[in-house]
Design a protein around this ligand. Structure first.
Ligand SMILES: Cc1cc2nc3c(=O)[nH]c(=O)nc-3n(C[C@H](O)[C@H](O)[C@H](O)COP(=O)(O)OP(=O)(O)OC[C@H]3O[C@@H](n4cnc5c(N)ncnc54)[C@H](O)[C@@H]3O)c2cc1C
Length: 679
């Protein structure tokens, strides 16, 4: 088929706005909000211009949009070295310990700032019971910074009243951007509802990032941002694999549906090296509503069992069987291994798996009443129950609706949990992302910092001037919201240092504004050209609308790359066939069609998903073992093989040739092993 091009013969040409800036922040989530805040502190005195661009409204954009009820990374009394051990254990032994330690030593400052900016943080009351953030304030409890004791729901997590968490963090970022406008005289430096489609490298220096192009999702306008450096934090990827939700719940997923792999696709097209893209996250969450389980597990101490009431993580025969394949990694029962053991029982017909929410609440009731008496105990329980509901109303309101529709009262009956479809991310319990330069004071191999080809700047990717953080800085999961903010700050501070060290650079790109407009608006041209060919505009032999493109993508990923329909199982032959089909899908993207701006965004989101999952599949194909049982299995190598694969897998995409290079990179352990956990 002839390749389609856009000459604006059928669709209208958009207005073009060119923006010149020094540091461009792509994304407006936790990481870029941190980057804006920290960046402005160093940029303002030097009159360095910072610009932030977000596909949504920054107040409620990204994974924290609806709010959270816990900050999952706060060191407090803990040692960052122990944090490294926890992350290494959960991610099956392979992480960049320099990046993780670096995050651990900086993260608390971000959390303390959140409190200063107005985020209510739970504190321990004098009676040993917890006070929510507002009660703590009323009781005059001191701030974390001044030694206040947070309520911990786990070793690393602290409880918050977080329904406005993102708004608070965004406000500080917006204020910082305002100070940058005042310092530099720039009129506008915050662009919301602008979807970035592609990064462009410098015309003279091919391994240097120079520009980003995107379009407004509200008006017919494209933006070309020319920048001397960039911080990229456009989140991970959801809806790549067919979700468990079907027609009635289409669009429901655990991971926020607006993070569509742009973070990965933008960076890899610019030539940045990826690492650990074989990793994925398969959270076990309340079935169908994807409601969070963290507070139930950690705070309310609820237990999950199979339907016979057995603890599926404590069965000697299951543990022995897992150990025979996956070795020592089974001992500490990380997230992937727990998933594996849960699915084993499901496959044996012992499902549904149940979270014993009723028993947890009964136990709390009993303890509170014993300690406080009937009346006071009941009052405290009621308050806690309200908090538990708020947890869902904040983070996954659909779960509350679903429970209501199924007549489930979680304090009276248990609730079903289930592993979800896979997601690609690098800041929650996953580590898929880019290979980044680390700090040079932690004893890491010099190849990871001092000998970094693009220059020794912390969190710089292998592309000069392109910094990564949050979900897309690889091999360093468990940052969560606070860590992503802290990492954004690290990246921005180092990007400013890079700018100060490279003062004479002017970004130039080969492509003209007309060329970029034609590239971004091609789906409009295709649609307008052919839309009258059929009576139903959604079905047309000349083009593919986003819904169908996404369905095709999800089917390929699900069936060949180890999605839910094969119980996360794949193999060399399956991956190769899936990649063959994906290649054809990729070719068909030149026929993507959009009838409005919303569909234009959907087209490019899908394109980003395709590139992200291609990287994922290529990494799984290269790594001949099942490093993450419970997340995915290689049927042909169903073992963890430390002798051959205790290493990073890195890859690089060449946009010009559409070719991938995948390789092993040596792992280095910087923090000594933890003592084994006893069960
Ligand atoms: C379901 C879920 C529950 C979580 N629960 C907790 C919790 O309880 N506690 C905790 O501490 N952490 C939690 N986290 C982790 C935390 O939310 C993430 O670690 C953090 O948000 C990652 O920051 P980020 O900036 O990388 O991505 P995000 O915060 O997701 O931000 C991504 C940004 O990129 C923008 N963007 C995307 N594509 C484009 C594009 N093409 N052009 C322009 N902009 C774009 C988005 O609009 C958004 O602003 C949770 C995460 C998820 C997914």
């Amino acid at each position: 088929m002839e390749k389609e091009t856009c000459t604006f013969s059928f669709c209208a040409k958009p207005a073009v706005e060119e923006v010149e800036t020094d540091l461009l922040l792509i994304g407006g989530g936790m990481a870029c909000c941190g980057a804006a805040f920290e960046g402005a502190r160093w940029a303002n005195p030097k009159k360095i211009k910072i610009t932030m661009v977000d596909k949504a409204a920054t107040d409620r954009s990204g994974a924290v949009a609806m709010g959270l009820s816990a900050i999952n990374t706060y060191m407090g009394e803990n040692d960052p070295a122990d944090y490294v051990k926890m992350v290494r254990n959960d991610l099956m032994g392979i992480i960049r310990e320099d990046l993780v330690y670096d995050l651990g030593r900086h993260v608390d400052d971000s959390v303390q700032l959140f409190e200063e900016w107005g985020l209510p943080i739970w504190k321990m009351g004098d009676d040993g019971f917890s006070l929510d953030g507002f009660q703590a304030k009323d009781a005059g409890k001191v701030s974390l910074k001044d030694g206040g004791k947070p309520v911990r729901s786990g070793k690393w997590q602290i409880m918050i009243n977080g329904e406005s968490y993102k708004v608070i963090v965004a406000e500080a970022a917006k204020k910082a951007l305002e100070t940058n406008r005042a310092a530099t005289g720039v009129k506008t430096n915050h662009y919301e509802r602008v979807f970035i489609v592609k990064l462009y490298n410098d015309a003279k220096e091919p391994n240097r990032v120079a520009a980003a192009a995107g379009f407004s999702v509200r008006e017919n306008k494209i933006y070309i941002f020319k920048a001397k450096a960039m911080v990229l934090a456009a989140g991970g990827a959801v809806n790549v694999f067919r979700p468990r939700s079907t027609q009635e719940g289409q669009g429901r997923a655990w991971y926020p549906v607006w993070n569509s792999g742009s973070g990965y696709a933008l960076g890899l097209q610019a030539g940045a090296e990826l690492t650990m893209m074989e990793n994925r996250f398969v959270p076990a969450r309340f079935k169908d509503g994807y409601g969070p389980v963290g507070a139930w597990f950690l705070f309310f101490k609820a237990k999950a069992t199979n339907s016979l009431g057995e603890d599926y993580c404590a069965k000697p025969e299951a543990l022995a069987e897992a150990k025979a394949k996956y070795g020592k990694y089974v001992d500490n029962l990380g997230t992937a291994i727990r998933n594996h053991l849960m699915m084993r029982d499901m496959k044996l017909g012992k499902g549904p798996i149940l979270m014993r929410t009723d028993e947890a609440m009964a136990a709390i009731n009993k303890t509170f009443k014993e300690k406080l008496g009937d009346k006071e105990g009941a009052k405290k329980v009621k308050h806690l129950e309200a908090e538990a509901w708020e947890d869902f109303l904040d983070m996954a309101i659909g779960q509350a609706g679903l429970w209501a529709s199924k007549n489930v009262e979680p304090d009276k009956v248990p609730s079903e949990i289930m592993p979800t479809e896979p997601y690609l991310l690098g800041s929650h319990a996953g580590c898929a992302g880019f290979w980044c330069c680390g700090p040079d004071d932690l004893g890491a191999p010099e190849e990871w910092n001092k000998k970094w080809p693009a220059g020794n700047y912390n969190r710089q990717s292998t592309v000069k001037g392109l910094f990564m953080c949050g979900d897309i800085c690889g091999a360093s999961g468990h940052k969560f919201s606070s860590g992503s903010h802290a990492e954004g700050r690290i990246a921005a501070k180092n990007a400013i240092a890079f700018l100060l060290d490279n003062p004479n650079y002017t970004p130039t790109i080969k492509e003209t504004a007309d060329h970029l407009a034609a590239e971004l608006y091609l789906p409009f041209e295709v649609y307008e050209k052919y839309k009258t060919y059929t009576t139903d505009t959604s079905t047309n032999p000349h083009y593919i609308k986003p819904k169908m493109l996404q369905t095709r993508l999800q089917k390929i990923a699900d069936e060949y790359f180890g999605g839910i329909s094969t119980w996360y199982m794949t193999s060399k032959t399956m991956l190769e066939e899936g990649l063959r089909l994906l290649q054809m899908l990729k070719e068909d993207t030149s026929k993507m069609a959009a009838s409005n701006l919303h569909e234009l965004m959907r087209c490019w989101e899908n394109y980003h998903r395709i590139l992200s999952v291609e990287a994922h599949a290529r990494h799984i194909l290269f790594r001949e073992e099942s490093r993450y049982p419970g997340y995915y299995y290689r049927g042909d190598f169903d073992l963890v093989d430390d002798a051959n694969w205790k290493c990073f897998v890195n890859s690089k995409y060449d946009l010009a040739t559409d070719k991938w290079e995948v390789k092993k990179v040596a792992y280095a352990q910087l923090v000594e092993d933890a003592a084994p956990v006893k069960h």
